[in-house]
Design a protein around this ligand. Structure first.
Ligand code: PEP
Length: 260
């Protein structure tokens, strides 16, 4: 049984005061939640503050990106060793905004995944198609290729530690939601790809999330599917009440999941 996880991606938002307020409230709330994992990925300047707030809690803290090298003359970058050094545990990699605005390639994302695994960080590996690809009916092959390129030369014991987030680009920050049924189809395909490449054991372990305009009033449509193990939440994760409502949906779904 895979444990569901909700991950907040604050992107380049929030400030020190709001991050702290959110952190203290979420820490308190998380004491009541054991059936779902929770993670918060703030901008890097607030990372250590949140790591300290969530110390001795079950909330994971992580970064939204990192470089694959350990140190050196790479101005503006942070390394896996640094993320680990401050006791952050998780890292979002290959987010579509990184791919689109910072021209990250599948090859670079593969290097970053390997670097995260080497440093015992949990990678959240993002994949997803744009609108044009979806409208041409090519989303499954596009996403499958991203998955396989990202996982190149990663062995099965490492692969099972990776969290994959399926995030159709056209649904990110747009308010357009990919239906639970459509998201489930692609997520099932991703699980099948993992099974083909590795084994059923690995594909049963890998958590695969949906991401794209998740809100408390639409997420029950996604989380009801057996194969959808949680969500990567952008805009809605900045509001404490909204994010905790979304976590509650996942925590309360339990035995009613749909195997479609
Ligand atoms: C994201 O940033 O990964 C995301 C899914 O954003 P939003 O929830 O705002 O669409």
């Amino acid at each position: 049984m895979r444990k569901k996880i909700l991950i907040a991606n604050w992107k380049m938002n929030s400030n020190l005061t709001d991050s702290q307020d959110f952190g203290f409230k979420l820490k308190n709330y998380s004491k009541e939640i054991s059936s779902v994992d929770i993670a918060v990925c703030p901008p890097d300047v607030y990372l250590l503050t949140l790591v300290n707030i969530f110390k001795e809690s079950n909330v994971l803290v992580g970064t939204q990106n990192m470089y694959h090298k350990e140190e050196g003359a790479f101005t503006g970058e942070i390394s896996p060793k640094m993320v680990k050094d401050i006791n952050a545990q998780i890292v979002i990699l290959g987010h579509s905004e990184r791919r689109q605005y910072f021209k990250e390639t599948d090859g670079e994302i593969n290097l970053k995944l390997k670097a995260a695994l080497k440093h015992n960080l949990i990678p959240v590996f993002c994949v997803g198609e744009d609108l044009e690809t979806r409208e041409k009916g090519k989303a499954p092959e596009w996403v499958k290729n991203q998955v396989l390129e990202g996982l190149k030369d990663i062995n099965s014991s490492d692969a099972e530690k990776i969290i994959i987030a399926y995030e159709p680009i056209w649904a990110i920050g747009t308010g357009k939601i990919c239906s639970g049924e459509d998201a489930n189809k692609i997520i099932k395909m991703i699980r099948g790809t993992i099974k083909e490449k590795y084994s059923e054991k690995v594909s049963d372990k890998v958590r695969i999330l949906y991401g794209g305009s998740i809100k408390s009033d639409n997420f029950s449509e996604h989380i009801k599917y057996d194969d959808i193990d949680g969500g990567l939440v952008g805009g809605a994760s900045l509001k404490y009440d909204e994010f905790t409502k979304i976590i509650n949906l996942a925590a309360n779904i339990k035995n009613t999941k749909v195997n479609a």
